[in-house]
Design a protein around this ligand. Structure first.
Ligand code: FES
Length: 60
């Protein structure tokens, strides 16, 4: 499923970037351009980052 329609970035891609160290919306944007268009996806990107951060914290 696409998270960012403007840059055709899927949710799986965003998770992959998070897995390889991109743990902020800016870092994800730098890697794939998600969020650099209309901005509609920024809230969902932040939500994914927050979920990943919470998971990483509880898994440690
Ligand atoms: S949907 Fe991501 S910038 Fe437009």
């Amino acid at each position: 499923m696409f998270v960012c329609i403007c840059r055709a970035v899927t949710e799986d891609e965003v998770h992959e970037h998070c897995s390889t160290g991109a743990m902020s919306v800016d870092a994800i944007s730098d890697r794939c351009g998600a969020g650099e268009g209309c901005g509609t996806c920024l809230e969902r990107l932040q939500q994914i980052v927050s979920e990943r951060t919470a998971t990483a914290t509880t898994a440690a």
